[in-house]
Ligand binder design. Structure first.
Ligand code: GDP
Ligand code: MG
Length: 467
């Protein structure tokens, strides 16, 4: 059986098991008048994972950290919307495809109401109404009824420019429609894109509307690997808290988290300033990476997506803005290459040194680490994550069932009963326990099965990674 077939089998098996489990839970909930709310959330997350179990890498960070600019550098294509004001409000998934196209998903009524609840909450917390004012002045209100609850839409495009315009139309803050877009999948025919992986641009973790940040927090749990973008000037406490949550989520596989110090070209002396910063960050992140020196040195990387993309433009004979030339100059200078700004041949000098300058931006380094450590083992990682998360889900459900069983027998036992009542109670209790055990049996069986499989799989994967 190929690795991919194994993954597909596991998906099918889990889907079957999950529907059995849901029935068991329903029985137990009715029987014992309890609620499995957290466990149902786990189940929902597992179903979401099983619906599209393939490798997904999340790009997360605060607003304006440079997430979208990094994605554009990675693909060498200005496809993700970037701006000085926060742009990305929905999950934007990028997948390789032989055909350029878009898939748009809109909020349903319930989600839209929840979003507005969150807007109200943020208004009373921040005492500002920025979001509401922008929404109202954009004229989006007039088209709201056309989009909320609209079914998923596939949009064919004729060429890459058309695709870029459509992406803007559905995601850019300057477009009315973007308010109603929950998720966008961009199918991109681009040779620089790794195949069999989805790269996901996410809303900022500090979006004024918490509902949108929560989209990212939830998505972090779904992702198989996470790249955290942090402005290279400093690592703030709230960012550190997020990073810690990201690490909690990947279990033992710490290599699946990469931390990018972004926009190093904005530092006074990019090379030296980043060196100092990264030493600081390593101290903070030592425990997160289990004191693994290799990971600390390899997975905390200073990048300049902006310089990288502009170098590529120059190499392709395109023009770039004066500001970009200055940033290129500054980055190169800090690494000891003086391009002499006054030289009329400045652009040629840049191109002559472009291999070095591209190196200083570290974009290719991040790209090859992503490919070598994560994407090349995509199917194994996806299978492993699918199994281990299933196993966690089962453990939580089993624990919950056990605690219901325990507390139920205790509370009953403490009642003061006469002999006849005691007899009746015993019978009833046995019946209840039998009932719950029956319901839970399926779960435990499933759990034991996959635990063994998972342990084996995990061992193999670790050996492979060591190699
Ligand atoms: N100088 C410089 N500016 C950058 C870099 N990366 C992003 N920016 C700028 O920072 C702003 C926010 O970037 P964006 O990618 O939209 O941030 P996001 O909100 O995290 O997606 C934009 O104006 C970008 O041009 C970089 O490496 N260098
Ligand atoms: Mg963005």
């Amino acid at each position: 059986m190929s690795a991919l077939e194994k993954l597909q089998n596991e998906v099918e098996r889990q889907k079957r098991k999950i529907s059995e489990i849901e029935k068991s839970i329903e029985t137990v909930e009715k029987e014992f008048n309890v609620r499995f709310d957290d466990e149902r959330n786990d189940i929902k997350a597992q179903k979401y994972l099983a619906d599209d179990p393939n490798l997904q890498i999340a790009i997360v960070g605060t607003i304006k950290a440079g997430k979208s600019t990094f994605i554009n550098a990675l693909f060498e294509e200005n496809i993700a919307s970037t701006d000085v004001t926060p742009e990305t409000a929905s999950l934007t998934k990028f997948k390789y495809s032989s055909q350029n196209k878009l898939l748009v998903k809109f909020y349903n009524r319930k989600e839209w109401d929840e979003l507005w609840e969150s807007v109200k909450e943020s208004e009373s917390r921040t005492k500002t109404k920025i979001f509401r004012e922008e929404f109202e002045s954009s004229g989006a209100k007039n088209i709201e009824s056309q989009y909320i609850g609209k079914s998923d839409e596939t949009i064919e495009v004729s060429n890459i420019e058309d695709l870029k315009n459509k992406v803007k139309e559905y995601t850019s803050k300057n477009s009315k429609i973007h308010y109603f877009v929950k998720e966008l999948t961009v199918y991109l025919n681009n040779e620089n894109m790794p195949k069999d992986v989805t790269i996901v641009d996410t809303p900022g973790l500090d979006d004024v509307v918490d509902y949108r940040s929560k989209i990212t927090r939830d998505y972090i749990k779904r992702a198989n690997a996470v790249i955290v973008c942090v402005d290279s000037s400093s690592l703030r406490n709230d960012e550190y808290v997020t990073i810690t949550k990201v690490f909690d989520n990947v279990g033992d596989d710490k290599y699946k988290v990469m931390i990018l110090g972004t926009q190093i070209d904005n530092r006074n002396n990019p090379k030296e300033d980043w060196k100092k910063q990264s030493e600081e960050w390593k101290k903070y992140l030592k425990d997160n990476y289990n004191n693994d020196e290799n990971l600390l040195n390899n997975n905390i990387i200073g990048v300049s997506s902006y310089v990288f993309s502009n170098i590529i433009s120059l190499e392709n004979g395109e023009k770039c803005e004066e500001e970009a030339i200055l940033q290129i100059y500054k980055l190169a200078k800090s690494y000891g290459i003086d391009l002499s700004l006054q030289d009329p041949n400045l652009n040629n000098n840049i191109i002559k040194n472009s291999n070095y300058i591209r190196d200083f931006t570290n974009i290719e380094k991040v790209n090859s680490l992503m490919k070598g450590n994560i994407i090349s083992k995509g199917v194994e990682i996806a299978t492993n994550d699918l199994e281990s998360r299933y196993s966690n889900m089962i453990t939580n459900i089993s624990n919950k069932a056990k605690s219901i069983k325990d507390s139920n027998s205790q509370s009953r036992a403490s009642l003061d009963m006469d002999r006849k009542q005691q007899e009746e109670f015993k019978l009833m209790k046995n019946k209840e326990i039998e009932e719950i055990e029956k319901a839970m049996n399926g779960l435990n069986e499933a759990f034991e099965n996959i635990k063994t499989q998972w342990l084996n799989q995990n061992k193999k994967l670790k050996e492979a990674i060591k190699k």
